[in-house]
Design a protein around this ligand. Structure first.
Ligand SMILES: *Cc1c(COP(=O)(O)O)cnc(C)c1O
Length: 408
């Protein structure tokens, strides 16, 4: 039985979508690792923005423009405080994790040489693999893989062996979206720094569960997407140490990112604007700040403790089903369960669960190398948020049993 540390019934009242019916059943939303749902408090900020504040920022002298600019810059400071970032101009607002990683990968083009080495973990999301492969093609740098084991933990001994003075960059997720593994990023960062390599941590999957202290981690780059922390899509953060952000060239050219433009020569704006070309997602930025406020009001320790109990309960109930195998059994993991039942394709399982109102993700979860490692086409992934309940876990388990009987 789960000891409820959160008032989950009250929290659920904040999420209008959780009252929806899907295929005649109450929605059971267990695809939180793909995107989280949005509370009324955050939706209200979106409505308020368009009803009261809508204007372009950083340009106008008029009142609306100044108020919108203030709200946007306030949001930047909320994000800065949330992640304990030293300077607010180290917070670059992007369209999300994918955009953030591409800014860094593009920026390193002129800093790498043939034969330089980049280390990537075996359990990355495609967005933390492909931009680096493209960087290697441009520069002749070599990508090497930090292996993982059957439990879904990185083999740290191998990581330490791979590191050398040729290593220029290491990138790894804080939490794996496909397996839930919480990676030992402090150790990864420290060891890389000893060899003079920079580290980018993809925090997209960690952010809903863990409040990372970026100064104490001493990480060089950290990325997140607001839509996984109860915020909207199309907005996210690139954190970069000031010294690195000054070294990297801008990613896109346009308005907002310049100091002076002539046809002979253009000079770039200071941080953070150098990386924020064009009119940004103003409403998204403001709402991102509101989403962090919402989650902080609940409390990240409370969230983690409750989700841990949900994970524990769901794991033990699912494992009672014969033939069910869970992929990703690391000791340190967040509330993600990737599983298959012997003889059943994950897509068939997902389709039946959907008919019963249950939203799970099926497939390779944008992490195909992990599926290749386990020699499977994909998994069914149930990922839990703080608004999920023990009753919903029971609904899932009953439905998986029913689907199994139908499909085998
Ligand atoms: C969701 C996710 C991404 C991609 O985020 P986008 O919002 O699609 O840019 C990258 N890495 C991890 C670990 C994720 O969970």
């Amino acid at each position: 039985m789960i000891k409820v540390g959160l008032d989950v019934a009250k929290i659920r009242e904040d999420f209008p979508i959780l009252k929806r019916k899907v295929n005649g059943h109450n929605l059971v939303y267990l695809d939180n690792a793909a995107t989280s749902q949005t509370p009324r408090q955050v939706i209200d900020v979106i409505v308020d923005y368009y009803q009261r504040l809508n204007a372009n920022i950083h340009r106008g002298v008029h009142t609306l423009s100044q108020e919108a600019t203030d709200a946007y810059e306030q949001a930047r400071i909320k994000i800065q405080k949330h992640f304990n970032i030293a300077k607010n101009h180290e917070v670059i607002l992007t369209s999300g994790t994918t955009h953030s990683i591409n800014i860094v990968a593009n920026g390193f083009t002129s800093l790498l040489q043939k034969g330089d080495e980049l280390l990537v973990s075996a359990m990355e999301h495609h967005s933390n693999i492909v931009p680096w492969q493209m960087l290697c093609e441009r520069t002749g740098a070599v990508l090497k893989v930090i292996p993982m084991n059957n439990e879904g933990d990185l083999v740290m001994g191998e990581y330490h062996k791979l590191l050398s003075h040729n290593t220029k960059l290491v990138f790894c997720n804080h939490v794996s979206n496909a397996l839930g593994t919480i990676n030992p990023i402090k150790e990864i960062i420290e060891a890389a720094h000893q060899k003079g390599a920079a580290v980018l941590i993809d925090g997209a999957q960690a952010a809903p569960h863990i409040k990372a202290d970026l100064q104490s981690l001493d990480v060089d780059f950290y990325t997140i997407s607001a839509h996984k922390v109860c915020g909207p899509t199309g907005i996210g953060m690139l954190y970069g140490k000031e010294s690195w952000l000054n070294k990297l060239p801008p990613y896109q050219g346009g308005g907002e990112m310049i100091a002076e433009v002539t046809f002979e020569k253009t000079t770039y704006a200071d941080l953070p604007h150098k990386f924020e070309a064009g009119t940004p997602n103003i409403c998204g930025g403001i709402t991102f700040g509101a989403a962090l406020d919402y989650m902080n009001a609940i409390g990240f320790e409370e969230i983690a403790a409750y989700e841990h109990e949900l994970l524990h309960y769901a794991t033990s109930e699912l494992l009672k089903i014969e033939g069910l195998k869970i992929y990703g059994t690391a000791k340190n993991k967040t509330s993600v369960i990737s599983f298959n039942i012997e003889g059943i394709h994950p897509y068939d399982m997902g389709t039946i669960l959907d008919k019963l109102g249950i939203a799970v993700r099926t497939g390779h979860h944008c992490a195909q190398p992990i599926m290749d490692f386990y020699k499977i086409p994909g998994t069914v992934r149930a990922s839990f948020c703080f608004y999920n309940t023990q009753e919903e876990v029971d609904v899932l388990v009953t439905a998986v049993k029913r689907a199994k009987n139908m499909l085998l």
